[in-house]
Design a protein around this ligand. Structure first.
Ligand code: NAP
Ligand code: 8YV
Length: 323
């Protein structure tokens, strides 16, 4: 059977890359020069995109792919894809929900513990021989005991984080646009009001125009001097200069960040702060979970090209009736 021409945007890890190559006629797009060559030589044949690496899929790219039918995103967050341009062309976008939820929630909890209890700094202290030379690591001012966590975004991952915080005996509240009828956590219709009442803000909303820089200086001030911010959602949700200022001036206590405004670039001012724990966007980054995400990307493409509905389409690009 003839393999369907598919553009592979960004780097894919080994197993997913191999399986894509087995199933489709793959055209590489991991680097800008490679992408340009693939668009020039094969753009008019490409019917699918497997999108990794947070590569932008914009109208200009779509214009060079006249036969494109589906963009299968490697990740649950699909910011960076021009959804309006896709919907205008009847191109379906899919993502990878659920298969990464527990892994990302685990990472958020690790980040929170590392931030409150300074575990990376304590390990660095030991490895530098300072335990022997100087004695015990100083007691941490931060603790999870007695904390109230406000979750910004109580969706799949937010709820998995809430369950973990429950088990660790923290109070949990949340802010979303719509109150959930199925949970007992305290709901805030307003983010500032929640920030005033909690001391720990866990960010797990998508990167959209509506969430851009919604965690700003006012929210950070409302959180207060014992405040801890954990961002496992998207860097765009936080006003990064305001966060750096709040950390430097101790307006808040500390931050644990997996995501940044301009990845993979992290501002020097953030790197220099001793009250920030920084991870290189590893929320879902285990072989187990990345394999499951990759398989869902492939299954969405296979379902679509077999004439069936995609498995996990996003709501912004309606699936046409193909019966
Ligand atoms: P989800 O189930 O769709 O949950 C999104 C939540 O955000 C919902 O509760 C939604 O509630 C809320 N929300 C959306 N827009 C909002 C707004 N303007 N104001 C307030 N709340 C808003 O998504 P998920 O599977 O939990 O994933 C969440 C995000 O995590 C992804 O989009 C991605 O950006 C990020 N993520 C990061 C990593 C990582 O490696 N760091 C890994 C996976 C995912 P309402 O619609 O009621 O507002
Ligand atoms: C990325 C994520 O997909 O799912 C998301 O939204 O942010 C991650 O799981 C991962 O970094 C691959 O690019």
């Amino acid at each position: 059977m003839t393999k369907i021409d598919t553009l592979v945007l960004g780097g894919m890890h080994a197993r997913t890359g191999e399986e894509l190559t087995r199933q489709f006629a793959c055209h590489p797009g991991a680097a800008a020069s490679e992408l340009e060559a693939s668009l020039t030589t094969s753009g008019d044949r490409i019917r699918g995109i497997a999108r990794g690496g947070h590569f932008d899929v914009d109208r200009a790219m779509l214009d060079r792919l006249p036969k494109l039918e589906i963009v299968a995103n490697f990740g649950v967050g699909y910011d960076g894809i021009d959804l309006k341009a896709c919907a205008d062309r009847g191109i379906v976008v899919t993502n990878t929900p659920d298969v990464l939820t527990e892994e990302v929630a685990d990472t958020a909890l690790g980040l929170l513990l590392n931030t409150a209890r300074e575990l990376p700094a304590a390990e660095a202290y030991l490895r530098a021989g300072r335990w022997v030379a100087e004695g015990d690591y100083p007691l941490t001012k931060g603790t999870l005991r007695g904390r109230t966590a406000g979750i910004l975004g109580l969706g799949r991952i937010g709820l998995a984080i809430a369950r973990r915080l429950d088990a660790m005996q923290l109070q949990v509240a949340y802010h979303t646009r719509r109150e959930r009828p199925d949970v007992a956590y305290k709901y805030y219709a307003d983010l500032i009001s929640m920030a005033k009442d909690v001391d720990t803000l866990v960010i797990v909303v998508p990167g959209t125009p509506a969430t851009a820089r919604m965690v700003n200086a006012d929210v950070l001030t409302a959180l207060g001097p014992d405040g801890i911010v954990v961002n496992i959602g998207r860097g765009s949700v936080v006003d990064e200069p305001a966060l750096i200022e709040a950390l430097a001036s101790r307006t808040i206590r500390a931050a644990g960040l997996d995501v940044f405004a301009d990845e993979p670039n992290v501002p020097d001012a953030l790197m220099a702060l001793d009250n920030a724990v920084l991870l290189p966007h590893v929320g879902s980054a285990s072989v187990h979970t990345r394999d499951a995400m990759g398989q869902l990307v492939i299954d969405n493409l296979l379902a679509w090209f077999a004439g069936n509905d995609p498995i996990t389409p996003v709501p912004e690009t309606p699936v046409p009736n193909r019966a």
